[in-house]
Each structure stands twice: as C-alpha cells, then as structure tokens.
Design a protein around this ligand. Structure first.
Ligand code: AMP
Ligand code: FE
Ligand code: FE
Ligand code: ZN
Length: 298
C-alpha cells in the first residue's frame, strides 16, 4: 500500500510508500506557546489517526512526562523533544531536539537559563508597553502564561484579556510584530551550541521549517556541525517545498522529519492532522537514534 504525505494549503502529495502509519513530530502545548494540554493534544492526535507524536515545546521539556503518559495509555509512540531558537551566521534557525533525555543535567540547566531569558524579555516588552501608557503588568502575563517558557503570544493574549487590545491580531499589529514598539528581539543560542546540547542529551538535532527561516544556505554548514535531519514536511512547506527539502536531505544524508507545528486553534481549527509524516521516515529516525546510542556506548 502506498502512503501519501499530506501538507496544508493544497500541497501536492508525495508518494513515499509505507504502511499507513503516520507521525506528527512538531507539536506545542500550553507548556510553551500552545493552548492545548498534553492530554488534549494526544487525544486530538489519536483522533486524526497518528501512530506517533513528538512534543517540541519551545525551550522546555516540561510537558513531556504528561504527554508520554497520555500516549502510552492509548498506544501512541511518543518522542520527547524541544524546539530551540538558535542563530547561525546572523540568521535565525529553529532546531528540534528529538529523543532527549529530559533529566539530562546540562539540558535542564540550559533550558532553565533560556527560560529566565524569556521571562526577562516579557518584562522588557511590558516595560515598553508601559512607556506607551499601556497599563499592562508583567504579573498578568506570567499568570496567564502559567508556564516557564512564556513568549509574545502570552503578552498578546494578556493585552486582550485586560481589554487593552481588541484581538490578538491587533496586539501583534500594533505592538508585538517585528519593528513595532513593544517588540523585543529574542535572545538566540548559537546553533553549534544548540546541536551540541541536543547531542549530549542523547538527542538528534533537526532543522525546523527551513523555508520559514530562509535558511537553505545554512544547511551545509549545519551538517558539518552535526545536524542530523531536516523538517521536510511542515504546515508552511507548501507547493514543491517538500520535494525540494527531500532532495536536500538526500544530498546531505539527513534524516527526513515532519510535523504540523500545531499551537492549538489556528484560524478556527487545529493544525494537527494536516501534516502526516509516513512511518517509514519515523522508523529511520528511530534507527539513527539506536545507532548513535550504540556508537556512544562503544
Ligand atoms: P516569540 O517566540 O515569543 O517571539 O513568539 C513567536 C510566536 O508568536 C509564534 O508561535 C507565532 O505563532 C506567534 N506569532 C507571531 N506573529 C503572530 C501574529 N501576527 N499573530 C499571532 N501570533 C503570532
Ligand atoms: Fe511557537
Ligand atoms: Fe519554530
Ligand atoms: Zn514550533
């Protein structure tokens, strides 16, 4: 039976062969800027027929234990992950870490540091809003976010909740979008350090949504730094992009991954289920992890 790769926005199907098992390896919960709980996300994944799911909240692995339990209860394979915001050659690049040891000491210490930077960034955004006579308190944002890894969407939602903006779109358009008065650039970790951090925590490092960051020219350099894979399938990889990135993955001997990048409801419906990575690629990812673990133990 042949499986097809589905992507959003009418992207062509890529025939891959397979057995009808699918994975979504890029998902967020309310432990970062998503809105679903781990249990809700798992339930929705099951609802759209996923056989495997990875949780990739920004700069945290906090939701992984709950998600692992929810998945185990319903026979779904689970991968503990995280999405790190990195920089290479002055360009932003998001790196997904998969199969992370969530108790790894250096990983936990570094994530804690990234989270402290995120919290300081929220305070700076609020300070800038206050300078514009927008009476938002940082405490309202932290209370609403209720997680260690807050971001701009939480500031936007707090502005709406406090009646200071009519909608999230308005909050971004007036204050939070790049170049707007309360926009504060995000502190980024060096991509080489991010890859090293992921590897030392037992993980595989994958470049997320390459098209979104226009980072094609970074790929060969990141490969030299030990990059393991490329997210060829993503909600925003439309048209011929999946094939383009599959070719690059083949050229640089990179693993192929994919996920919806679901953050909850988006334009009335969750993205989960819109991108389904055929099980054959997920199996290759698992095999690569086993090989790395064997090489590490030898
Ligand atoms: P941050 O990582 O804190 O800079 O925030 C990035 C997050 O903000 C991403 O998850 C985006 O989904 C979200 N975001 C970016 N632009 C907008 C926008 N115009 N409206 C709503 N959410 C947005
Ligand atoms: Fe996000
Ligand atoms: Fe991202
Ligand atoms: Zn993401």
């Amino acid at each position: 039976m042949s499986a097809s790769m589905s992507t959003a926005a009418g992207a062509p199907s890529v025939s891959t062969g397979g057995d009808g098992r699918f994975a979504d390896l890029h998902l967020h919960t309310f432990f970062s800027d998503g809105t679903f709980s781990p249990e809700e996300l798992e339930e929705r994944g099951k609802g759209v027929g996923l056989a495997a799911m990875a949780l990739t909240d920004h700069d945290t692995v906090e939701g992984c234990e709950r998600m692992a339990q929810a998945c185990a209860a319903h026979g779904i394979e689970f991968v503990a992950g995280s999405e790190l915001t990195a920089e290479f050659d002055g360009k932003e690049v998001h790196l997904l870490g998969y199969f992370l040891d969530t108790a790894n000491e250096m990983l936990c210490a570094e994530l804690k540091r990234f989270q402290a930077v995120r919290q300081a960034r929220i305070e700076e955004m609020v300070r800038r809003l206050n300078l514009l006579n927008i009476p938002l308190e940082a405490e309202s944002v932290f209370r609403l976010a209720n997680c260690r890894s807050p971001g701009r969407p939480h500031v936007g939602r707090a502005l709406v909740q406090e009646g200071l903006c009519g909608s999230l779109d308005e909050a971004f358009d007036r204050f939070l979008k790049k170049g707007r008065p309360a926009w504060v650039p995000k502190c980024k970790v060096d991509a080489m350090d991010a890859i090293t951090l992921i590897h030392q925590a037992g993980g595989l490092a994958v470049m997320a949504h390459p098209a979104l960051n226009q980072g094609d020219e970074l790929i060969p350099q990141l490969v030299r730094q030990g990059l393991d894979g490329l997210e060829c399938f993503h909600t925003r990889n439309v048209g011929h992009m999946p094939e383009h990135y599959m070719r690059l993955a083949a050229r640089y001997n990179l693993l192929v991954t994919g996920g919806s990048d679901c953050h909850g409801y988006s334009k009335g419906k969750p993205l989960i289920g819109g991108v389904k990575l055929p099980g054959v690629y997920f199996d290759k990812l698992k095999e690569a992890r086993r090989q790395k673990a064997r090489a590490g133990a030898a």
